[in-house]
Design a protein around this ligand. Structure first.
Ligand SMILES: Nc1ncnc2c1ncn2[C@@H]1O[C@H](COP(=O)(O)OP(=O)(O)O)[C@@H](O)[C@H]1O
Ligand SMILES: [Mg+2]
Length: 236
């Protein structure tokens, strides 16, 4: 079966700084994959290069078998990838309803499971805030709105970069609960989070990044039983 996304030998530079040093990533349809590593190791850069937002100097990206190495970000998003960046990326001047409705579209194969009403069922807090502007929401509500917007595109792969960062524990628990619900629908996910235990609990497989390389790629359940395989790279 075609991988949903398959990247090989990715190298990315920011000026003279060699940030991705030959990264391979493969995510199968329905697979949930974690990506952990200390600050500055290249996780966000990897995601941005998969999304076409940073140019790689070398390497290939294929999405559902199609060569997307030089594709524009909007074209990549149209192939069924939804990316919730660090710091959300919602429209602060639109209200909750508008933020969700402008994102709405069927999936690549016409899937329309994630409707406006289903997203509001998943995020009851957003239903209570429909008329509020994006900038009037709490940090947790903004994060939920960002995930809700991503779901409105009916993606095959949902990419969450530090979705729980800076949020209160109760909200963090709510976000993980939503991630479980989304996983149960069979949507693929790529999840970056500082809490490696939570990542292992919510994924099938986990990648560890260190200095621009994937240094571990293992089954999440096995890694959860032998966390030292991972923690030696995490500085915890
Ligand atoms: N736009 C940029 N310009 C220059 N350097 C950057 C830029 N974005 C990130 N970096 C650097 O690239 C490295 C990897 O960053 P990043 O991918 O954000 O890591 P992570 O997400 O794992 O914390 C860091 O050293 C960071 O300072
Ligand atoms: Mg990052």
């Amino acid at each position: 079966m075609n991988a949903l996304i398959e990247a090989g030998g990715l190298h990315v530079y920011y000026g003279a700084s060699h940030v991705l040093r030959g990264v391979d990533v493969r995510i199968a349809p329905g697979e949930s994959v974690g990506l952990v590593g200390r600050n500055g190791m290249g996780k966000t850069t990897l995601i941005r290069s998969l999304m076409g937002q940073v140019k790689s100097a070398q390497g290939q990206v294929r999405i559902s078998g199609r060569d997307c190495t030089h594709a524009q970000p909007h074209a990549i998003a149209r192939l069924g990838l939804a990316y919730v960046p660090e710091g959300h990326g919602i429209f602060p001047n639109l209200n909750v309803r508008e933020n969700l409705q402008v994102a709405a579209r069927p999936g690549v194969r016409g899937g329309r499971e994630w409707t406006y009403s289903r997203v509001l069922d998943t995020f009851p807090r957003l239903r209570e805030r429909l008329g509020h502007g994006g900038q009037q929401l709490s940090g947790g509500e903004q994060q939920m709105l960002a995930i809700g917007r991503a779901l409105m595109t009916n993606p095959d792969l949902l990419i969450l970069d530090e979705a729980t960062e800076g949020l209160a524990p109760l909200i963090v628990a709510e976000i993980w609960k939503i991630i479980r619900e989304i996983r149960a629908t069979g949507m693929s996910a790529l999840i970056v989070d500082r809490n490696y235990r939570a990542v292992l609990e919510h994924t099938d497989r986990c990648l560890v990044m260190e200095k621009g390389l994937i240094v571990q790629d293992g089954d999440s359940a096995s890694l959860a039983r032998q966390p030292e395989q991972l923690t030696r790279y995490l500085g915890v």
